[in-house]
Design a protein around this ligand. Structure first.
Ligand SMILES: [Zn+2]
Ligand SMILES: [Zn+2]
Length: 437
């Protein structure tokens, strides 16, 4: 954490009196190498609380650090304590704190804006240029036994929310922010690309906000199965109306038979239609001649033509043909094919939100279609003010259920197992119990 926020270097007496055990933490040493070891106990500040961390969720961005040694272009250059989705119990409070008391159940808001940069000064602290963020390079994560943070960043959690579920409040807060960024309104239609935790949480938030129809896509059959069984606590029925299993979009020319043998009927149907992206349709001529023509067509353009064919099929199966697509698209996988399909499924004037993190820096993207459809294409970084309180409120009222998403719970001592479980893609939400060492 920034030294600016941690002026006091001496532990106050209310902490030393506790005689706490070692602060066992999950430390990332290098790519795919974790050590569970004692790290210094954080210094409680006058405006802060010291939290005995009980539960921590592991998520995609942790995984990027673990598998690739960095996330969002920020490489891990020295050992860091991981984790940023935590909840726990207050065990000491700073001298200035009046809002919290020992024994309070709290969540950890992981982002600490500098409050001095141009983005902070213009009210966009989530994109703070000097943001400290739990578990990111330059900051200390919360996958440890104890964690200290400013009291105003430790929102209270009601008694009836379980600790396991509390370990997923942060991704739910991200789901709330996704709703804000994609400008989700009641009775809209939504497509979600990717059925991982963020995709499913987005669906849960949209459902709680009264989305009219939610469709989702994934390339992994078990994730598709899981998504189909994610039940609404409001209606008792599945949250997502249609979950489609997709495979890779072919890069073969649209007029030649696809390698995976997709029917000619669809190809012909689409090649007769004017191309929304303004691509040459190459009407007529022999297949060989057409293939020659396509030598110069970029791979992205070829895939885009396939994406449009597929989108038309999914739109029809979801009963959205008359509307010609969905109001909102949340891309929660980071995959190029998902981006193409998402743009193809968006209706004119819709909003497309890029959420998923890719290991690649760039993807092919149908810019002409974005222009022709007049789509808003947006990005998202972290969460904003009120996202945590909204997330806690939705859990508290029971309109969102995260319990179904928790597929594995492990002790802190088995952190490597926890990360490998997430990396395997077989689990949805993995929760680490920080006090079980
Ligand atoms: Zn996360
Ligand atoms: Zn800032």
């Amino acid at each position: 954490m920034s030294s600016f926020h941690f002026l006091n270097k001496v532990q106050p007496p209310q902490v030393t009196a506790l005689n706490l055990p070692p602060n066992t933490s999950c430390v990332l040493l290098k790519k795919r190498t974790i050590s569970v070891e004692a790290t210094p106990l954080p210094i409680l500040q006058p405006d802060g609380v010291l939290v005995k961390v009980i539960a921590t969720g592991i998520c995609g961005s942790d995984l990027h650090n673990y598998v690739a040694g960095g996330v969002g272009g920020r490489p891990v250059t020295e050992p860091i304590v991981m984790g940023h989705e935590s909840s726990g119990e207050v065990i000491a409070i700073g001298d200035l704190v009046t809002t919290h008391k020992v024994g309070d159940r709290v969540a950890v808001e992981p982002g600490l804006p500098c409050r001095r940069c141009i983005n902070c000064k213009t009210g966009r602290s989530n994109i703070c240029i000097d943001q400290r963020y739990c578990g990111s390079p330059g900051s200390v994560g919360s996958l440890s036994r104890f964690y200290a943070l400013p009291a105003d960043m430790a929102p209270h959690i009601p008694e009836h929310i379980s600790w396991e579920e509390s370990g997923s409040i942060q991704p739910l807060a991200i789901g709330v922010q996704i709703g804000k960024r994609v400008d989700l309104r009641a009775h809209q239609t939504l497509a979600i690309m990717g059925c991982g935790p963020i995709g499913l949480i987005t669906a849960a938030v949209a459902h709680a906000y009264s989305a009219r129809k939610i469709i989702a896509f994934d390339i992994n059959p078990s994730r598709v199965e899981f998504a189909r069984k994610y039940i609404s606590p409001i209606t008792g029925r599945p949250i997502i109306d249609h979950v489609f299993l997709v495979d890779a979009i072919p890069s073969t020319p649209i007029h030649a038979p696809a390698a995976n043998g997709h029917s000619h009927g669809l190809v012909e149907k689409v090649s007769e239609a004017p191309s929304a992206a303004g691509l040459a349709d190459g009407q007529g001529g022999s297949a060989a001649a057409v293939e020659d023509d396509h030598e110069d067509v970029p791979v992205g353009d070829r895939k885009w033509e396939w994406a449009k064919i597929r989108a038309a099929k999914y739109i029809e199966e979801a009963g959205l043909t008359a509307e010609e697509g969905v109001d909102r698209v949340v891309e929660a996988s980071g995959a190029e094919d998902s981006g193409l399909l998402g743009i193809a499924i968006a209706k004119q004037g819709g909003i497309y939100l890029a959420v998923g993190l890719s290991h690649n820096q760039t993807n092919s993207f149908p810019t002409l279609a974005v222009t022709n459809k007049e789509l808003d294409v947006r990005g998202i970084t972290r969460y904003t003010a009120s996202c945590f309180p909204s997330a806690i409120d939705m859990l508290s009222r029971g309109v969102v259920d995260l319990k179904q998403l928790i597929t594995k719970v492990l002790p802190l001592s088995k952190s490597t197992e926890a990360f490998e479980a997430v990396a395997s893609g077989r689990e949805i939400k993995v929760i680490v119990k920080n006090q079980e060492t």
